[in-house]
Design a protein around this ligand. Structure first.
Ligand code: AHM
Ligand code: MG
Length: 339
């Protein structure tokens, strides 16, 4: 049997790769791992105890919050607040960012932006859901309260990002800009164990994931791309398989491992896109690039977009390099024909 490497061991080993590392980022990643285990426990019990269903309140995007959203949000905020390395957070569940107003946190060097439980409409039907996080160095001076500017940084400034998928097993996948590694939770020992070292996403794949119900509402070039995906061409493996879970982390995770493209374009009902740049698009873009893939809003590299507001949304095309490039070229061609 080969030696098991736990997430904590791995994080410690990696800390030694950074000569001046002080261990703060390491602590944040450990806090995330603990909060993830708490959320995992609650997600697993969701069908057993009476915590299913909407809590009755709406989040800032006007969507119904599920109880588990709130629980996950609380678990992560508690972890970051008590850890002392994080001076403030932005969460998909809160209209404003939260600056931790205590002496220890004010000295924290980092901010974390996160979606505590993405795909929450899937909770009631037992479909995979996930947590997504993104860590930045603060811009404001230590010793003061975190500011909005700390939160509104380009994705290229991320120092770490990752997600936890609560699926048939629970996995934590993260990057600090030196490749992508995946850890599977072994429930019998309560540890995330290195199961997917140095993940590289295939250059191309055979899966396209988009909500085809939106095709009449979006850029006509996308219809052309969907048509391309359905065409018969054994040389390129087409027709591709359409797979859309409707749970970003799950769709992304499958494509990362197997190859594929995930698309959520701008549509008539979501003219600026549905997914949030800071909580969803940036962290997954950092991961996909580290794994050899691409993430764009249709025109710009996601990681180059300067955010203007906390809950900013954008169109999203993410996945295997060749597939995203093909989608972009068809979008451009259709644009030219229409001009
Ligand atoms: P959420 O953050 O409110 O859960 O919304 C994000 C989710 C993604 O997980 C998923 O890919 C997408 O919204 C599904 O949207 P749609 O139902 O419009 O296809
Ligand atoms: Mg979300």
């Amino acid at each position: 049997m080969s030696k098991i490497t736990t997430l904590s061991e791995f994080i410690m080993q990696r800390q030694q790769d950074f000569p001046f590392a002080t261990g703060e980022l390491t602590s944040i990643l450990n806090d995330i791992s603990i909060a993830s285990k708490i959320v995992n426990r609650d997600v697993n019990r969701a069908g057993l105890v009476d915590i299913l269903g909407a809590q009755g309140s709406e989040n800032v995007q006007g969507e119904q919050q599920q109880k588990l959203d709130v629980m996950a949000d609380n678990a992560f905020i508690r972890a970051f607040k008590s850890g002392g390395e994080v001076c403030g957070i932005g969460s998909e569940e809160h209209e404003d960012f939260i600056a931790f107003d205590n002496e220890i946190s004010k000295n924290g060097k980092y901010v974390v932006l996160f979606d505590p439980l993405d795909g929450s409409s899937n909770i009631d039907v037992n479909v995979s859901i996930g947590t997504i996080f993104s860590i930045y160095r603060r811009k404001s001076p230590t010793g003061t309260l975190a500011t909005l500017d700390d939160m509104l940084q380009k994705g290229s400034e991320q120092v770490a990002a990752g997600y936890v998928i609560f699926g048939s097993s629970t996995m934590l996948v993260y990057t600090t800009g030196r490749g992508v590694n995946g850890f599977t939770l072994d429930p019998s020992i309560g540890e995330f164990c290195l199961s997917h070292p140095d993940i590289k996403t295939p250059e191309t794949g055979r899966v396209y994931a988009l909500n085809e119900g939106n095709l009449n509402q979006c850029d006509p070039g996308l219809k052309d791309y969907a048509e391309y995906c359905r065409q018969d061409d054994p040389a390129t493996g087409r027709p591709y398989s359409g797979r859309y879970i409707g749970s970003l982390v799950a769709d992304f995770h499958r494509n990362l491992l197997k190859g594929g493209i995930y698309i959520y374009p701008t549509t008539d009902s979501h003219p600026t896109g549905r997914l949030r740049l800071l909580y969803e698009c940036n962290p997954l873009a950092f991961i996909v690039e580290q794994a050899g893939g691409i993430a764009t809003d249709g025109k710009n590299r996601i990681l180059d977009i300067q955010p203007k507001e906390l809950h900013q949304r954008c169109g999203y095309y993410v996945g295997s390099k060749q597939m995203v490039e093909k989608a972009m070229s068809l979008l451009k061609e259709t644009e030219k024909i229409q001009a």
